[in-house]
Design a protein around this ligand. Structure first.
Ligand code: NDP
Ligand code: 2IT
Length: 454
């Protein structure tokens, strides 16, 4: 084994030894480390400074108890997390996820991905992530508020506009960010707008932040398709999930002339051959907090609810699927799903979610020449627009929707360009996984070298 290969393998062994049982984190770390062999061959200075091991170890991991009272007056208990992963490029930056499946390893995998994603945006933000195993589903507004207040009562001492800036993720949207901000403000007696992003534009948030992740994912997909002289105009698109990212990926795909024929949630999926009715899904998901089944009940026409199988099965329907956008959660698209997509003639997959495709699925997509955009590149528009929100807060300014959306578009075009160029430079044209991992890693590693042994 070359010394580069043995160093990469030693770094991965350390990840396994230090983080037993954290399978999602192992998966994310392996994917990045596997891409780095040619980099450390060219740059032995990274090995001499121990960068591979250091970059896999969070700077700080915070775990705390969150106690709150439900509407019936019973005491409820959850666990809160914040993993402050890497701050060489700027304050820790990354969302909060509230979902019953959240464990330390979940937050670590998300925080690790965030380091490289944030570096790719070219904006001054480090990487972090947080959350809780709290399940907002079925809770009243008052319960969500009390949970958020209790969560922030501990978290506030660890964050700040120059320290660590959380935002939303699964289960955390505008409502939760409002309650979290209110409690932070109360505890500090400071209107520190830049301590959280994803705020409502009515009180310090940025226009276009709500749309940014989904829009950015579709802009990235469009850039990839362009390299093959194709486009989203006239394409049939399947989107998974029906939350923030899925809804705005649908909106942008429709604006570019595509027909989105499927959406899902954790209880099933809809096949809507005439194309998703965007206003109806927004009403049901964003306002009523309803289910995909409510959409089908009200949509009528040819829309069908399916409660077995997966949304990717739609690729086997007449008309197939040209593009797939997984926008729900990790490991939701596997090898079998890729086989369905291949049968349906799929040309591109862009990850709106974080790590939604299994490693085997990615391998099969690559083998079959399907364009594939990894989440750390394709969904970077959300955090990039969060950084634009921080800029507006720091300058006490507000920008128009169009100006902010234009900046987002430029950033996504640039992220695509960096990934494509880096893949080419390393002899693997079209390999966006390699391109994203190497381009993101190099920026962080160079800053780590410059800042010394800290
Ligand atoms: P939301 O909470 O708004 O929506 C999540 C959607 O995914 C819902 O439809 C939900 O269905 C579904 N889902 C979540 N978990 C599961 C699960 N375990 N099994 C099946 N379906 C599931 O979250 P977002 O749209 O914000 O986030 C979606 C993905 O995008 C996540 O991977 C997130 O990390 C990533 N992301 C989000 C960004 C953002 O700005 N919000 C930025 C970059 C990436 P149900 O309601 O039934 O649970
Ligand atoms: O995964 C992500 O990039 C996010 N959830 C958004 C993070 C942010 O700080 O806007």
């Amino acid at each position: 084994m070359s010394s580069a290969a043995s160093s990469v393998s030693a770094a991965y062994d350390t990840v396994l030894r230090r983080n037993p049982g954290e399978l999602e984190f192992h998966q994310a770390a392996k994917e990045v480390l596997d891409s780095l062999m040619p980099v450390v061959e060219r740059h032995p200075e990274y090995l001499d400074a121990g960068i591979l091991e250091r970059i896999c170890e969070p700077e700080r991991q915070i775990i705390f108890r969150v106690t709150w009272m439900d509407d019936a007056g019973r005491v409820q208990l959850n666990r809160g997390f914040r993993v402050q992963y890497n701050s060489v490029l700027g304050p820790y930056k990354g969302g909060l996820r509230f979902h019953p499946s959240v464990r330390l390893g979940t937050i670590k995998f998300l925080g690790f991905e965030q380091i490289f994603k944030n570096a790719l945006t070219g904006l001054p933000i480090g990487g972090g992530k947080g959350g809780s195993d709290f399940d907002p589903k079925g809770k009243s507004d008052a319960e969500v508020m009390r949970f958020c207040q209790s969560f922030m009562t501990e978290l506030h001492r660890h964050i700040g506009a120059e320290t660590d800036v959380p935002a939303g993720d699964i289960g955390v949207g505008g409502r939760e960010i409002g309650y979290l901000f209110g409690q932070y403000k109360r505890l500090h007696n400071r209107y520190e707008s830049g301590v959280l992003t994803g705020k409502s534009p009515a009180w310090g948030g940025s226009l276009a932040r709500t749309e940014a992740t989904g829009y950015g994912t579709v802009i990235f997909a469009q850039q990839m398709l362009k390299t093959k002289n194709r486009s989203l105009d006239g394409a049939r698109v399947i989107v998974s999930g029906s939350g923030n990212v899925a809804i705005y990926a649908t909106e942008k795909a429709q604006q570019l002339g595509a027909t989105v024929v499927g959406l899902s949630d954790s209880s099933g999926y809809v096949y809507d051959p005439d194309g998703i009715d965007l206003e109806l899904i927004k009403q049901i998901k964003e306002i009523e907090r309803g289910r995909i089944s409510d959409y089908v009940a009200r949509r009528g026409g040819r829309a069908e609810l399916r409660t077995s199988g997966k949304v990717w099965d739609i690729a086997r329907e007449e008309g197939g699927a040209d593009v797939a956008l997984p926008c729900a959660t990790q490991n939701e698209l596997d090898e079998n799903d890729v086989r369905s997509l291949l049968d349906g003639g799929c040309a591109a997959v862009a990850e709106g979610a974080n790590m939604p495709c299994t490693p085997e699925a990615v391998e099969l997509l690559h083998q079959n020449g399907v364009l594939f955009a990894p989440g750390k590149a394709a969904n970077a528009g959300g955090v990039a627009t969060s950084a634009l929100e921080m800029q507006q807060n720091a300058s006490r300014d507000t920008w128009t929707f169009d100006y902010t959306a234009d900046r987002l578009e430029q950033i996504m075009v640039n992220v695509h360009e960096q990934c494509a160029q880096t893949a080419e430079e390393y002899g693997k044209p079209g390999d966006y996984v390699l391109g994203a991992n190497i381009a993101g890693f190099t920026k962080v590693a160079d800053a780590m070298l410059a800042l010394g042994v800290i």
